[in-house]
Ligand binder design. Structure first.
Ligand code: HEM
Length: 429
């Protein structure tokens, strides 16, 4: 049977502007309602940005991932990030250039290099959690942000001086906090520092200058183990913009995501006493298996990034439809991981489902997949194990408000709406 044309794909019929507004206001709710209404494959039209086709059948997703770097391109799908990252970062480039960049940078986040990061992470976590108050409501997300920024600044820039890190956060925050609305081309009008785009451009310039100083500084020193050292010593003078864009990509990709994942882990544990009791025992005994399962289940039930995109530059057939070159496909992590065909009782928090077995990479997709799979997946899970282990070894967490926190969108991530508020109590070992 021959494939149907893409134009026949089902999808909402309302005007593109209304579809964009609904997606922006409640991305997960909107996509979920499309799934219920239109089935396994549908398209969504966006005002000024064409349309995308949403996929959440594991086999179809695998087929797209197999085309990574061949006829499916993530850099092009990430183009919306260019005002923040520049056009030369690992997240926004494609094809041969991307492959070469991955080959250069990937080893710094795997194997021995990853194991070597553990002591520094351990020390940062210990310092940070020592000051957390007990017996009163505490929003964990800002605390987790402090930890994950310190870790990523150390690994990417080789910096851990508190004053310097605070200054970097101050420069970095206004750039990454920019609303996706402001990044849309029609709104990119610089009418001075009091307009959103004008403010953003000035903040970005200040951050670029600071990163420029760090790069120039490093050119004078021997290569270090951090990413900046690797980038500087594998580039020529004059390629500063490329190094700067990559530094930004790693800071952006590695900071909020991991802080949010940790916040959700505690949000879930505070509402699942049995899982928490098992995790606390594991932490006290120095066993990491259950803590890793907690991290994996958190990333399944509360995926931080709802989907990943690819732009096709050749036709692909999926689900009986011929998708044309130029189509953007969005591979829905959130729909795959909440599908009861893939997971029993998908809404429940059950770390046991990952105990003693590796997650199945066809249906566990928090880090995306294919040749673009997250470079920092190992680092993120190492950080999660360390924070969970140290916090739970001699503390319990409870939720002052037993209702689950809602998922709300911040930038590219889904965060708990109150910032994961818990109360910590000291527990004797
Ligand atoms: C829980 C924490 C994290 C989550 C949920 C996460 C998720 C993701 C996702 C979904 C992608 C896109 C993959 C795709 O397109 O298929 C990605 C890419 C990426 N992530 Fe992460 N990430 C996390 C932590 C980190 C950390 C700690 C780093 C720092 C090393 C990092 C660096 C990157 C980079 C550089 C890419 C781009 C890879 C490429 O395009 O080749 N991420 N991440």
């Amino acid at each position: 049977m021959s494939a149907s044309s893409q134009a026949l794909l089902p999808g909402p019929r309302m005007p593109a502007l209304a579809q964009s507004a609904m997606l922006f206001a409640n991305p997960f709710g909107f996509i979920e309602s499309c799934r219920r209404r239109y089935g396994n494959l549908f398209r969504v039209r966006l005002s000024g940005a064409g349309e995308f086709v949403c996929l959440f059948e594991p086999d179809e997703i695998r087929r797209v991932f197999e085309q990574d770097g061949i006829s499916a391109h993530a850099g092009e799908a990430n183009a919306v990030l260019e005002p923040v990252l520049g056009s030369d970062s690992i997240l926004t480039i494609d094809r041969e250039r991307h492959l070469a960049r991955r080959r250069l940078l990937s080893p710094a986040f795997h194997g021995e290099a990853l194991r070597a990061m553990a002591p520094a992470i351990k020390a940062i976590v210990a310092e940070e959690i020592a000051g957390w108050p007990l017996g009163q409501p505490l929003a964990l997300r800002p605390q987790m942000q402090r930890i994950t920024f310190r870790v990523i600044a150390k690994i990417v820039l080789g910096r851990d001086d508190p004053v310097e890190v605070a200054r970097l956060v101050e420069l970095f925050e206004p750039v990454i906090r920019v609303s996706p609305l402001i990044l849309s081309p029609p709104l990119r009008v610089d009418l001075g520092p009091f307009t959103p785009w004008g403010r953003f451009r000035r903040a970005k310039r200040r951050l670029d200058e600071e990163l420029g100083h760090l790069i120039a500084d490093r050119r004078q020193q021997p290569e270090g183990a951090d990413l900046l050292g690797i980038l500087v010593h594998n580039s020529e003078e004059g390629e500063e913009h490329q190094i700067r864009d990559d530094l930004l990509a790693f800071l952006l990709a590695g900071y909020e995501t991991t802080a949010t994942a940790l916040s959700w882990a505690f949000e879930r544990l505070a509402r699942n006493p049995a899982a928490q009791a098992t995790a606390r025992r594991a932490a006290q005994e120095g066993q990491s298996d259950y803590l890793d399962a907690v991290a994996q289940e958190t990333l399944r039930v509360r995926p931080i990034v709802a989907d990943v995109g690819r732009v096709l530059d050749g036709p692909i057939e999926v689900g009986g439809y011929q998708l044309a070159a130029g189509t953007t496909v969005r591979l829905s992590i959130a729909l795959v991981q909440s599908d009861e065909r893939n997971y029993e009782r998908p809404g429940e928090f059950l770390p046991e489902r990952f105990l003693g077995r590796r997650p199945n990479r066809q249906i566990w997709l928090p880090f995306g997949g294919g040749r673009r799979r997250c470079i920092g997946a190992g680092l993120a899970q190492l950080e999660m194990r360390e924070v969970l282990g140290q916090v739970l070894a001699d503390r319990s967490v409870s939720a002052p408000d037993p209702d689950p926190e809602r998922r709300v969108v911040r930038g590219a991530t889904y965060v708990p709406h109150r910032g994961a508020v818990v109360e910590l109590r000291e527990e004797s070992v």
